[in-house]
Design a binder for this molecule. Structure first.
Ligand SMILES: Nc1ncnc2c1ncn2[C@@H]1O[C@H](COP(=O)(O)OP(=O)(O)OP(=O)(O)O)[C@@H](O)[C@H]1O
Ligand SMILES: [Mg+2]
Length: 406
């Protein structure tokens, strides 16, 4: 039984291209034969081989892989632009392969919006007409489609350009019009195939940020295709990595980075700036702080077993960091007390910060206090842990590479 928060499911899907898709090529693919070999023996192209994944409502699910890995083929089974050779595709509980004609059209229209790499806008129509075009085809009345189109334009930040011709807009803006067009009919699902791949890097990042912001506002389910692992890890709640028609790994960005399932994934991961996606909470340890009102002797006793310790107030808020040297120093200068001895300019982080953001703090060589938004200490991070974690995946990838490619 599918879980009830699941909205798209591909189950053991095969797609073979050629005159006899269910013939020998399919038998070979089912036996796990690589697509190149299937091609050699049967002259048929394996698009998808035993592909299964499920997308949860409201998540950004990214399918990532090199050119020819089957990404577009996979997304096209979801709206039945492709029939499948074998397996099942369920969208919101509906077996899409069973749909045809008007029923299929209505289903696509209600459930999903599509955004492609090439925006496919009408250059001489103005922005709002492009956005409202789908609704016009659906015979939605004029006032209603204006309203829907304006709402969509507002979401992508283009409302002021509603009356401009699309040919007057930059590439990034045109892609926003494409996104607005997909959002205009308020579908549950957005299918985005390399939607940002034609944009230059800065604009592309901006679009990724905006997509995430829009998603958190309108809570759509987004099936996003890219050949760029950085993009996948940046925007994906979960990422599915494909190679030669086969799924090689599905996981959160953190899982993909820290536990690459195969040498192939590890090799990809090597090129990625891991610090950007690994979060502070993943390298955080328990802090075991002392309390500000503890007797100094007790604190000194604690400091015989650890180099330094954080100090918290009665509410658990972190107010200082103290080491044995700090206590000794104040003992020379005057009355030793914990409040006098501890340093209050200790480094802090929130659990959701990425390791890259902590890098500078870690460079101070002091433990980092990991605090919630109220300042309550929830853990500590040793500066060496940040550096180790940043180096770890790289080492892992090296090892895999030696093993697999020797
Ligand atoms: N209509 C088709 N007829 C024959 N073969 C096809 C067809 N569509 C796709 N293929 C083949 O299926 C495989 C997967 O193609 P697909 O377009 O899904 O790859 P992709 O991962 O989207 O690649 P890209 O990053 O280049 O868009 C490729 O080997 C391709 O040649
Ligand atoms: Mg493609």
């Amino acid at each position: 039984m599918p879980e009830n928060d699941e909205i798209i499911r591909l189950e053991n899907v095969y797609k073979i291209f050629g005159p006899q898709p269910r013939g020998r090529a399919f038998d070979l693919a089912q036996a796990g034969v690589h697509k190149n070999e299937v091609q050699r023996q049967s002259g048929h192209v394996v698009g998808l081989s035993d592909v299964s994944f499920s997308v949860k409502k409201g998540e950004i699910f990214v399918v990532m892989g090199l050119s020819g890995s089957g990404k577009s083929t996979a997304i096209r089974t979801v709206n039945k632009l492709h029939d499948v050779t074998h397996g099942q595709v369920l969208v919101d509980g509906v077996d899409v392969q069973q749909l045809d004609g008007k029923e299929l059209q209505a289903f696509r229209r209600e459930k999903m919006g599509m955004v492609f790499q090439h925006f496919a806008l009408f250059p001489h129509r103005n922005v709002i007409d492009n956005v409202a075009y789908g609704l016009k085809v659906q015979k939605v009345d004029r006032a209603e489609r204006e309203r829907a189109a304006r709402r969509a334009l507002r979401l992508v930040g283009l409302e002021p350009y509603a009356d401009n011709a699309t040919s007057e807009l930059s590439g990034g803006m045109q892609q926003r019009v494409g996104l607005a067009r997909a959002l205009a009919s308020d579908p549950d699902i957005l299918l985005m195939d390399e939607a940002f791949s034609a944009l230059d890097p800065l604009i592309r990042r901006q679009m990724q940020d905006e997509l995430m912001a829009i998603q958190s506002e309108v809570k759509k389910t987004i099936l996003f295709i890219t050949h760029d692992l950085n993009e996948a890890l940046r925007i994906g709640d979960r990422v599915c990595i494909m190679k030669d028609g086969v799924v090689v790994q599905i996981g959160t960005p953190e899982e993909i980075l820290t536990e690459p399932a195969t040498g192939y994934v590890a090799e990809f991961v090597q090129d990625v700036d891991q610090g950007r996606v690994i979060r502070a909470e993943e390298v955080m340890e328990s802090a075991e702080p002392v309390r500000l009102d503890e007797p100094l002797e007790q604190v000194i006793a604690t400091l015989t077993t650890v180099q330094s310790t954080f100090v918290v107030d009665a509410e658990g808020k972190c107010c200082g960091l103290v080491s044995k040297e700090d206590v000794d120093r104040t003992a020379i200068n005057g009355t030793p007390s914990l409040a006098n001895a501890m340093r209050t300019d200790f480094p802090t982080a929130s659990p959701s910060q990425t390791l890259n953001e902590l890098y500078a703090e870690a460079g101070r060589g002091l433990p980092i206090a990991c605090c919630d938004s109220a300042g309550v200490l929830i853990g500590k991070i040793e500066p060496t842990a940040v550096l180790e974690e940043l180096g770890r995946v790289e080492a892992l990838a090296d090892a895999f590479e030696r093993e697999v490619y020797m």
